[in-house]
Design a protein around this ligand. Structure first.
Ligand code: ATP
Ligand code: MG
Ligand code: FE
Length: 333
């Protein structure tokens, strides 16, 4: 099967051609990061306008690079949610228009299912598996007993991990997106500033990062008032250690309880060096569990992952009709 994937949920306009759910034939991403940088975050109206300008060009480029015509694709898979409603609408409407014009089946894909399926472009999945999703808007532990089945066993109650990184970066006057900058500082610092870890109730797989974020901000303000200078590298290292400690400890507990064969990492925070090191340390040599971390280009938003997830849904017979709509609050299941 050849699937055209389309992704416009946030600030990347992307299209890709995927063969048999596992092979990238082409993968085109147009990022708008430069347009949003000066506002310190994604501006929804600007995102929508960029998507309108880019979407047909990006789709054509994906077909050209794959050296195929639109008639050659078996289905179109598009992100229907969650995300920015105005941004999602551009991809959904482009997909519907092309599907209608060429009489091609249409499949709606959950954005986070896409992030998880980026892993299948690296390594075939073996079930049951667990995925740690750490992105700009989500922090979740997802259990999968088979293809297309998602059980969220834990999620953040406030900020997502990436969001916490970006907010902490902002208080340190670092440019958007701040995650990579904090990561870079953390490599040079020592985690010697005491910061909290939110374990929540015993046995809970949920996360919470807003208390940690506030604690970082308070530490900075208190030092400022006393006329002291806090070492930004040490603060970044301490913050990172807290985030990674909670993420990896909860993940390790879930891996054991659910007796999974694979641990898949998904989302942009998977680029984090501290997180990668710790995951490798804990799971790299662990018997009976395979750790998969996709390359960065497949961790951040792209359409290859949407094509990969869409292929599974298509093969299971899932079809969307022309009533398909953007759903910014779509649940994963
Ligand atoms: P969602 O999929 O939840 O809607 P998103 O797609 O916008 O969110 P991603 O593109 O997957 O999110 O990830 C972006 C996030 O990853 C940003 O918050 C960014 O700061 C963070 N990030 C990127 N690199 C690193 C890093 N090295 N360390 C920590 N965070 C990072
Ligand atoms: Mg993004
Ligand atoms: Fe995403």
């Amino acid at each position: 099967t050849l699937i055209l994937g389309i992704e416009t949920s946030c600030d990347e306009t992307a299209a890709a051609i995927i063969r048999n759910g596992t092979e990238i034939v082409s993968n085109v991403v147009s990022s708008q990061i430069e347009s949003h940088k000066r506002f310190g975050g994604v501006v929804p109206e600007i995102a929508s306008r960029h998507h309108v300008e880019e979407v047909t060009l990006v789709i054509q480029e994906a077909l050209d690079q794959a050296k195929i015509d639109i008639e050659d694709v078996d289905a179109i898979a598009v992100t229907e949610g969650p995300g920015l409603v105005g941004a999602l609408l551009i991809g959904v409407n482009a997909a519907k228009a092309i599907a209608f014009a060429h009489d091609i089946p249409l499949v709606g894909v959950h954005h986070i299912a896409g992030h998880i399926y980026a892993n299948r472009l690296i390594q075939e999945m073996s079930f049951p598996l667990l995925s740690l999703v750490v992105s700009g808007g989500h922090t979740e532990l997802v259990y999968m007993k088979e293809h297309g089945s998602f059980e969220v066993i834990g999620e953040t109650r406030d900020d997502a991990a990436g969001e916490a990184y970006d907010k902490v970066a902002r208080t340190l006057n670092l440019p958007y997106p701040g995650g990579p900058h904090i990561d870079r500082l953390a490599q040079k610092g020592q985690p010697k500033i005491k910061l909290p870890r939110a374990w929540l109730e015993e046995g809970s797989y949920d996360f919470s990062f807003s208390g940690l974020k506030s604690s970082v901000i308070n530490t900075l303000h208190n030092a400022e008032q006393r006329g002291e200078i806090i070492d930004a590298e040490d603060l970044a290292a301490s913050f990172q250690e807290s985030v990674v400690d909670v993420l990896v400890t909860k993940t390790a507990r879930a891996v054991k309880e659910y007796e999974v064969k694979q641990l898949l990492i998904a989302g942009g925070v998977a680029a984090n060096k501290g997180l990668r090191q710790k995951l490798d340390e804990i799971f790299g040599e662990m018997d009976g569990i395979e750790l998969i971390i996709p390359p960065l280009s497949l961790c951040t938003d792209n359409a290859a992952m949407i094509g990969a997830a869409g292929t599974v849904l298509y093969e299971k017979g899932k079809r969307a009709d022309y009533g398909l709509n953007a759903n910014p609050g779509l649940e994963l299941r």
